[in-house]
Design a protein around this ligand. Structure first.
Ligand SMILES: [Zn+2]
Length: 108
């Protein structure tokens, strides 16, 4: 799996986003914001981002980059939108100094 930190959109990432859009679920809240619910690809637990702007979701799903649609979002929250993955799980699976292909690395 290529490194995908910092939400730089690439064609690969775009495919991933589209898959995750189908996995994830928008939940409209009473205050007019939207909660995005998905599940973490690494630990399998639910992941969610609260307080999203519905217009931002529309823009994102129409093809805007996640960092354009939601400029105020933290990197961890963007990761949940893009791949469903928790920031903590991501950091464990992809330590910054490790550039090896995770799938091919044998655990000790
Ligand atoms: Zn996780």
């Amino acid at each position: 799996m290529p490194a995908m930190l910092d939400a730089d959109d690439s064609r690969f990432r775009r495919d991933l986003v589209e898959k995750n859009m189908m996995r994830g679920k928008q939940v409209p809240e009473e205050d007019g914001t939207v909660t995005w619910r998905s599940s973490c690809l690494l630990c399998g637990q639910p992941s969610e981002v609260k307080g999203l702007d519905a217009k931002g979701i529309t823009r994102w799903q129409a093809g805007a980059f996640v960092q354009e649609a939601f400029p105020g979002l933290s990197a961890d929250d963007r990761e949940i939108l893009v791949s469903g993955t928790h920031g903590d799980c991501y950091d464990l699976a992809f330590p910054e100094e490790e550039e090896e292909d995770w799938d091919d690395t044998e655990l000790p």
